[in-house]
Design a protein. Structure first.
Length: 239
């Protein structure tokens, strides 16, 4: 009998079920219309925390696990030490909601228990101001039969504080470039450095080099610039 038919759940499934319901409720509250049909502001709600108290019946469920062992074989007689297999049962704690006026006998393996806890809402980024990645680049300049594109990345938080020592990665998005243009580039663009650390002013500078054939043909080139999970996408093309 599976968990769905028996109504038994693991503690993980119970907590994840509560979490999904809580997230869904908060999502609906957050997406309420700010004004009603008369233009009056609607009351907006947030869920700061949720206390829960569950009365459940816990029981042990054993699932069979099979292992096989092979004893060393004798060169003279391969059948002297046959292969052996063993089956053992791995216990697993399962829970299901307690029925009203349910009683457990002393000989039963079921135990009625209470699970209590609290889900607490936390601010994104643990309350720290969000990190902002700003990117500025100049028009490509033709030097020594190659186009150079100076690029500057500024890292700061939402409070305007500059972030030094941040690792900024620069990558050419070949898949998107090929998809948009229909054909691959003649030469893959390159950077002076693949990774650059921001200085005391939160600035990381780099240079992109582009083949004149690709740039002058009007192709659109896509690049990804990221610092950890913060991603900025830019595109360069000839106007």
């Amino acid at each position: 009998m599976d968990n769905q038919s028996s109504g038994a759940l693991t503690l993980k499934e119970i907590l994840l079920g509560i979490t999904d319901s809580l997230n869904e409720a908060q999502h609906k509250l957050r997406n309420m219309e700010p004004y009603d049909e008369y233009g009056r502001p609607n009351t907006m709600y947030q869920i700061p925390y949720l206390d829960f108290n569950l009365q459940v019946t816990s029981e042990f469920e054993s699932t069979p696990q099979q292992t096989s062992t092979t004893a060393p074989q004798s060169p003279a007689n391969d059948d002297a030490f046959p292969s052996k297999s063993a089956v053992y049962y791995k216990p697993k704690m399962m829970f299901r909601p307690m029925k009203p006026q349910q009683k457990t006998s002393q000989t039963s393996s079921e135990v009625v228990s209470t699970i209590s806890g609290r889900f607490v809402a936390t601010m994104p980024n643990e309350g720290v101001p969000q990190i902002v990645l700003r990117c500025n680049y100049q028009e490509p300049v033709l030097q020594n039969n190659i186009y150079s594109v100076p690029i500057e990345v500024v890292m700061e938080n939402a409070a305007g504080e500059k972030l030094s020592g941040m690792r900024v990665e620069f990558n050419f998005n070949e898949d998107k470039t090929t998809l948009v243009n229909g054909t691959a580039l003649t030469t893959t663009p390159s950077f002076d450095a693949q990774e650059v650390l921001t200085n005391g002013l939160g600035i990381a500078t780099n240079t992109i080099t582009i083949d004149p054939i690709d740039y002058n043909s009007g192709k659109v080139l896509f690049f990804d610039i990221n610092a950890g999970t913060i991603l900025k996408k830019i595109s360069i093309s000839k106007l």
